[in-house]
Design a protein around this ligand. Structure first.
Ligand code: NAP
Ligand code: MG
Length: 463
């Protein structure tokens, strides 16, 4: 058992205020293998004070110098990509290839994108007789989930730093080791002390202390809609800015002109990647009645290509596994038909769930409405395009979606979808495109220039 001490506060690893610890469990073996300190409100207070003290200096640092530090962060993350990937595999369970390419690789791209963006971003604009200044909002509290443990941190911290903000990060309790590696990379990149602070701990203790702290100007949260709602209410009550990146129940709509095999394979892959622990997974696949059975058969074949342990990792925790299995049982109880997978564990050890495909799912079923966050995909039938649109838009969520079909028809359909991102005919992920939700999927956007704007105030000077 490796014991990790300290919190990264004010540019150094400092003793935690309390003596509590959090055990980190390997979800493939079910064995605890490390501990980190469980933060207390006093740790958050120390981190926020350090950030407040560092903020004016960092805000006044020229964009070119902020860009240089972000480029150094990108390089530090790249230099430790193997170590980061191994850590993500150990604490999240991601298969090594995915861990290396996506979990450890994407943050290098995102950190670099903000270093680059600072070269051209206009922090001043003219509007008639006014000059509008874009200024950093101040101290940002970043609360992140475990499903993309490094990406979620970098997608908040890099734009906040680019804007000139100081940050306190509270990472998910399941994946604190990746967050500690991030802090080490920040340190190596040479940011001034206090500009970035990382406090490990439990959501209802350290997370809540961060949300409620008077010294925090903005909260950026990614996680469940239930917690996001509470954080939004608390931030609203204190008139703090808030950005929320919440859950999804995204639709993949297969129109008559689509390449069916490609559409089904792309949709199933989106749900199996990261064991379905993705807010933008295409978990509802909508197919016209005439091609429905063919699509379902293709999906069962596609799911069989994900043997547990090799291409698909375990879920992050026993609790998450139990939650997903309960949804599968609920799907069966409500009358959906299993064509691949099911509730039985595919391996004896580890928090694995079998890649599961449901057919005969109707829009009112629980598995068609609620975010499962596991390798479970639901196939629904539609009558015509209007019916498909009603079903696609018929959940409380609106994070992402996909449309497959003749290009013109697909784009016309995508325009009518209530979702922040829609991939047309398998369009690939763009780390510069704004990412975020309509409806209960959130408030605000991450990534690229839109993600940077979230961390800026505007001030108008009249002449
Ligand atoms: P969660 O409870 O929403 O946690 C997300 C983050 O918020 C964690 O850092 C958590 O800390 C913190 N937190 C929890 N309660 C808090 C509070 N009262 N005040 C401030 N911060 C708080 O999500 P989860 O438990 O990890 O996962 C539950 C479900 O959320 C999943 O099954 C999935 O449906 C959804 N989810 C969605 C996303 C997404 O990307 N949209 C990501 C993860 C999860 P602790 O880790 O210490 O609890
Ligand atoms: Mg939690």
């Amino acid at each position: 058992m490796k014991v990790h001490d300290g919190m990264y506060i004010d540019g150094a690893w400092r003793p935690a205020a309390g003596t509590g610890t959090i055990a980190v469990v390997n979800p493939a073996t079910e064995e605890p293998f490390a501990t980190v300190p469980a933060g207390e409100p006093a740790d958050i207070d120390a981190a926020v004070r350090a950030a407040r003290a560092a903020f004016p200096g960092w805000a006044a640092t020229p964009p070119a110098e902020r860009a240089a530090r972000l480029a150094a962060l990108r390089d530090a993350l790249a230099a430790r990509q193997d170590e980061i990937a191994a850590t993500v595999t150990a604490e999240l369970g991601a298969p090594p290839k995915l861990a290396h390419a996506v979990h450890a690789g994407l943050p290098v791209t995102v950190a670099g994108s903000y270093a680059d963006l600072l070269g051209t971003y206009a922090f001043e604009e003219k509007v008639g007789n006014s000059t509008v200044l874009l200024e950093p909002v101040g101290v940002v509290g970043a609360i992140t989930p475990w499903n993309y443990p490094l990406h979620q941190i970098v997608a908040k911290v890099a734009p906040a730093l680019a804007a000139g903000c100081a940050v306190v990060v509270k990472p998910a309790e399941e994946t604190p080791l990746t967050a500690r590696l991030f802090a080490e990379c920040v340190h190596e990149a040479g940011f001034p002390a206090g500009v970035v602070n990382v406090v490990t701990g439990l959501g209802h203790v350290t997370g809540q202390a961060l949300v409620e702290h008077d010294g925090v100007d903005m909260i950026s949260f990614t996680g469940s809609t239930a917690v996001g709602r509470r954080i939004g209410a608390a931030a609203g009550g204190a008139v703090k800015r808030v950005a929320l990146e919440l859950g999804g129940k995204s639709a993949s709509v297969i129109l008559p002109g689509a390449d069916l095999a490609k559409a089904v394979a792309g949709s199933v892959a989106s749900v199996m990647s990261n064991s379905g622990q993705r807010c933008n997974a295409l978990t509802r696949v909508l197919v016209g009645a005439d091609r429905y059975e063919e699509a379902v058969a293709l999906a069962a074949e596609a799911a069989a290509k994900y043997p547990a342990g090799d291409r698909i990792g375990p879920l992050v925790s026993a609790a998450q596994r139990d939650r997903v299995v309960a949804y599968i049982e609920k799907g069966i109880a409500e009358g959906a038909r299993i064509v691949a997978g099911g509730p039985r564990p595919p391996l004896e050890r580890g928090f694995y769930v079998a890649p599961t495909v449901f057919a005969d799912v109707t829009p009112g079923m629980t598995i068609a409405q609620e975010e499962i966050f596991g390798p479970v995909v639901a196939f629904l039938r539609y009558e015509d395009e209007e019916d498909a649109l009603r079903i696609a838009n018929g959940t409380e969520y609106g994070l992402a979606g996909a449309v497959w079909g003749e290009p013109e028809a697909a784009v016309a359909f995508a325009r009518r979808m209530e979702a922040g991102q829609v991939d047309v005919n398998g369009g690939r992920f763009n780390p510069l495109a704004p990412f975020g939700g309509y409806k209960q999927s959130g408030v605000g956007r991450e990534l690229g220039a839109h993600g940077l704007a979230e961390y800026l105030h505007t001030k108008s000077l009249q002449f």
